[in-house]
Design a protein. Sequence first.
Length: 158
Amino acid sequence: MDLWGFKKWRRKLGYTQVEAGEKLGLSRGAVQYWESEIRPVPLAVELACQELLRLWKRRPEFGPVTLLYADYAGDPMSLEASASDGSILVRSERHPDNENALKSAARLRGTMTLFIAFIMDGDGNVIWSGPELLRAIDARRDAAIGGKMSTVKTPSST
């Protein structure tokens, strides 16, 4: 990552030099050095920037995105048979944003066993990997159940 790549990253995320330094656990001075070409951007910082960008893209309003998934019906043995003959079907759905893609993935998870599932941005970069996506779906479901449980009135003992 050169100075232009770093500046582009920082501006895309809307960070000031101070905010970029804070997100990276560094000083504003380090950011200034990289942006003025006094020092090259270290590989560790470049990797941290990539991860921060991926997390930034997880915002509900980020999009458009594509949900990719594969499922199987029946028992796990049918999955092994399908996998051995190469007949697993991968499906994709285009969504305007993460929120819609996550809702769709949650609906799918409620009706089928998702074998593979992830959400990608328009450039083909993975925003939500399989395990992360499934945990996010489960956390949303648990939060919704918890919210419904708290609104249920319990009879008072009189």
